[in-house]
Design a protein around this ligand. Structure first.
Ligand SMILES: Cc1ncc(COP(=O)(O)O)c(C=O)c1O
Length: 399
């Protein structure tokens, strides 16, 4: 019987499977757009393999995909040129004109835009529901609903969706359940174990982990991955082999990076929660988090993302983000270096103020992607930045 390996082991060892004899320990990069065959019979045989034409597949890309499938504990995975590429290609591969999606309101702004402005042009409608109101999900389901789309923890308010409830709902109504698990990582949560059909990642973030590439991934059962594969080939939304190799390298250290980021983020969240110039902290493993119990049950770590609201105005939030020295002011997340961004100006800038308000994304919000640096240095940096606002506002620091 084949023994199932744990995610920390899969992340490192899946990547060495390309050559069996005197194998290179690091998977080689097959930087080739096409593969030579001896005759046309072989040409036809290779069409369905990863040695035909790189838009269809490529051995280096296969290693990345098998590693991700192993991490999520599912049959198969596909990688894409970006996280948005993974989402759009998956949905276009699985849904038809006339189909309907039920999605939680708290999702990445780019996906909100795709659902509200692009899919309607193709005859696909979406109903957005309040993220943690499960009756609303059920009420929104129609006879033509095909997909339940989730994101947990959500961006940027870090709301947590109850995996058991959603998977049961999808099963009851025979819907495909798809979750953006980017913030969760395959180290902190395994939605497929709860019955989710498709687990998606912006690989740009934790999977690659070094802020040096853009990519996406979708993992799930083989019969769902097949049409997604077809759609990827047709839309041309494939990854370059060199980028796939960078992803493989990043994946090898995923478990240790995430463990450190979990610890650092908890320290940062606890510090912020005690600070007088902070109105509210959003972190799933804080007791004050609205879905803390569910987070503890379905996640093994709280993740590296911490969002907080400053006690003040949007201007104050900007000032704090600009006063930080170790946290660098840049959008994106999940890398080894700590980053700070203002959601209304970055991840959620592309959606309307009305949509943002419904999602609870405020101007006072500051989003931190906590890296692997020394936790004391990170806390010191925040302390300094928050004090500079205190001076400006004449609010006493510390509580
Ligand atoms: C949660 C989440 N999903 C999807 C995406 C889109 O991924 P990408 O930028 O790799 O296309 C992002 C990007 O920030 C994200 O934060």
């Amino acid at each position: 019987m084949k023994r199932r390996i744990r995610p920390e082991t899969a992340a490192v060892h899946r990547a060495a499977d390309l050559e069996k004899k005197n194998a290179p320990v690091s998977a080689p990069i097959f930087q080739s757009s096409t593969f030579e065959v001896t005759d046309n019979d072989e040409q036809q045989r290779v069409t369905s393999t990863d040695r035909y034409y790189t838009r269809w597949g490529n051995p280096t890309i296969t290693v990345a995909e098998e590693t991700i499938a192993g991490l999520e504990g599912v049959d198969a995975a596909r990688v894409f040129a970006s996280g948005m590429g993974a989402i759009t290609t998956t949905i276009l591969g699985l849904l038809n004109s006339g189909d309907h999606i039920v999605a939680q309101r708290d999702i990445y702004g780019g996906v909100t835009k795709f659902f509200s402005e692009w899919l309607p042009r193709m005859g696909i409608e979406t109903t957005l529901v309040d993220t943690t109101d499960y009756d609303q999900y059920e009420r929104a389901i129609r006879s033509n609903t095909r997909l339940l789309y989730l994101e947990s923890p959500s961006n940027p308010a870090l709301r947590i969706v109850d995996f058991r409830k959603i998977a049961a709902l999808a099963k009851k109504h025979e819907l495909i359940s798809m979750i953006d698990s980017t913030f969760g990582t395959p180290i902190n949560q395994h939605p497929a174990e709860f019955g989710f059909d498709l687990v998606m990642h912006s690989g740009t973030k934790y999977l690659s982990g070094h802020t040096d590439l853009i990519c996406g991934a979708v993992a799930g059962r083989r019969e769902l991955i097949e049409p997604i594969n077809e759609s990827r080939t047709t839309l041309g939304n494939c990854m370059d082999p060199h980028a796939a190799w960078l992803l493989i390298r990043g994946l090898k250290t995923l478990a240790v990076r995430v463990a450190r980021q979990n610890d650092n983020a908890m320290r940062v969240a606890e510090f912020l929660e005690r600070h007088a110039n902070v109105r509210r902290v959003y972190y799933p493993f804080l007791k004050s988090h609205a879905q803390h119990a569910i987070a503890r049950e379905q996640m093994s770590g709280g993740g590296g993302m911490v969002t907080f609201e400053v006690e003040g105005t949007g201007e104050d939030a900007r000032r704090v983000s600009e006063a930080l020295r170790i946290f660098r002011l840049a959008t994106s997340l999940g890398g080894v270096e700590s980053l700070v961004s203002i959601p209304v100006l970055t991840s959620h800038a592309m959606i309307s103020a009305e949509q943002r308000e419904k999602m609870g994304v405020t101007e006072q919000m500051v989003r931190l992607s906590v890296g692997i640096e020394n936790a004391d240095d990170l806390v010191g940096d925040l302390e300094h930045a928050l004090e500079s606002v205190a001076t400006h506002q004449s609010v006493p620091a510390g509580r």
